[in-house]
Design a protein around this ligand. Structure first.
Ligand SMILES: [Mg+2]
Length: 199
């Protein structure tokens, strides 16, 4: 199967990095559950300019990347799925920030996965041909509705309010993703076998 992955919020825990960068830059502590642009601007925790400055400060910094933690189990389960599947990362980062993401990944014991940066454009074109896509941004998954059959929404405290089962199935861990992918694979193999029998 061909599996597509977002980077921040699926492979890397960028929220902790945002909390730290906001504190370092402005001396303001925003709890992880509130670390979403909608809440931050809506509740006037930061101005739009402060929010964008924080993103640039953090996503462009090798130092912040060196402290960024992986999402629990991500390397373990990707490596378990390595044989028999292919992976592709499609991130809304820009090219420079994508380069830091790729470097970070090499240090996490994850094998070489191609990484494409779309810089806030839809991921549709790059996702062509994928069976599965996992993202923590429901808007990105909505754009993939006609392109990727199996869409999974990675849930965190800051995006729980966006769950929309018509757009994507919510998942909370890599262990859960692993189980779902095995199920899809089994189902696909069963259907392929059935098709062969009746041909
Ligand atoms: Mg993301």
């Amino acid at each position: 199967m061909k599996i597509g992955l977002d980077f921040d919020g699926v492979l890397a825990n960028a929220v902790e990095m945002k909390v730290q960068a906001t504190y370092d830059l402005f001396g303001i502590y925003i709890p992880p559950a509130k670390m979403k642009k909608k809440f931050i601007l809506g509740e006037k925790l930061l101005t739009n300019k402060q929010y964008e400055d924080m993103r640039c400060h953090m996503y462009g910094s090798p130092e912040y990347h060196s402290t960024m933690r992986p999402v629990d189990g991500m390397a373990e389960y990707i490596n378990k799925l390595w044989i028999g599947n292919t992976f592709r990362i499609i991130t809304s980062r820009n090219a420079e920030w994508g380069h830091l993401a790729q470097e970070w990944l090499w240090n996490q014991g994850v094998k070489d996965i191609p990484l494409y940066t779309v810089n806030r454009a839809p991921k549709t074109e790059r996702a062509e041909g994928l069976d599965v896509f996992i993202d923590d941004d429901i808007k990105k998954l909505k754009e993939l509705k006609d392109t990727v059959k199996h869409r999974f929404h990675f849930i965190w405290p800051h995006n729980e309010h966006e769950i929309n089962k018509k757009v994507a199935e919510p998942v909370k861990s890599w262990e859960e993703i692993y189980g779902k992918i095995l199920e899809i694979k089994k189902d696909k193999e069963f259907k392929d076998r059935q098709a062969g029998r009746w041909r």
